[in-house]
Ligand binder design. Structure first.
Ligand code: 2PG
Length: 247
């Protein structure tokens, strides 16, 4: 039985375009991002990869990317499941800040620690910040689970329970599963799937709007390490652009 998983980072968001740390701030897709999402869906259709179920975060850039991609693949009608556990990494007090300015102010080493280290979270976001989610009704039930900052290790800790309880059962049922999420929540999942070390994960960047295909064995391990981008050349160029943000 095939266990087919497709990962899709949302298309370019308004804050990707402005080079701002985004995290849990619920920004919209740009026109380019919407086009990327449609192209992602066309790639799925051309590859004959037709999702049976989609999992998304609670953030509009992922939700709308999934809608646009599935519409382009003529799969707009499939069941959808959403969870905060697929949200982008909470970027703490960096949310809303310009990446290049943060790098200039704190230096390359601290910038990269906050941005890509495994276990160094940025300083927490104050609850009275305009970029706080404490009053956001979609997170009203989270209580103490509502993050004020996260490192990648924290994202893995909140993502994996959802992977085990919601996504793995869909894969075991033989469904082709689409996960529409975010740069760092997908880095968390890829680290788990490919068993990437805490150090090496710093070098992994996931491009916007590029479907990444994994076929999984009965132990939910990839049959091909790293999976396969449906458009590998475009994905490599776009991942390099993500790596260079802030420069
Ligand atoms: O700002 C963010 O939330 C993320 C994704 O856009 O940025 P980065 O790639 O720097 O982790």
């Amino acid at each position: 039985m095939s266990r087919t998983l497709v990962l899709l980072r949302h298309g370019e968001s308004e804050w990707n375009a402005k080079n701002l740390f985004t995290g849990w701030v619920d920004v919209a897709l740009t026109e380019k991002g919407r086009a990327e999402a449609v192209r992602g869906g066309e790639l799925l259709r051309e590859a004959g990869l037709l999702p049976d179920v989609v999992h998304t975060s609670l953030q509009r850039r992922a939700i709308n990317t999934a809608c646009l991609a599935l519409d382009a693949a003529d799969r707009h009608w499939i069941p959808v499941k959403r969870s905060w556990r697929l949200n982008e990494r909470h970027y703490g007090a960096l949310q809303g800040k310009d990446k290049a300015q943060v790098r200039d102010e704190y230096g390359e080493e601290q910038f990269m620690l906050w941005r890509r280290s495994f276990d160094t979270p940025p300083p927490p976001l104050a609850d009275d910040s305009e970029w706080s989610q404490t009053e956001d009704p979609r997170y009203a039930d989270l209580g103490d689970d509502l993050p004020r900052t996260e490192c990648l290790k924290d994202v893995i800790a909140r993502f994996l329970p959802y992977w085990d309880s919601e996504i793995v059962p869909d894969l075991e049922a033989g469904h082709t599963v689409l996960v529409a999420a975010h740069g760092n929540s997908l880095r968390a999942l890829v680290k788990h799937l490919d068993q990437i070390s805490d150090d090496d994960i710093a070098g992994l960047n996931i491009p916007t709007g590029m479907p990444l295909l994994y076929e999984l064995d009965e132990s939910m391990r990839p049959t091909v390490k790293g999976g396969r981008y449906l458009d590998p050349e475009a994905a490599a160029a776009a991942a390099a652009a993500v790596a260079n943000q802030g420069r």
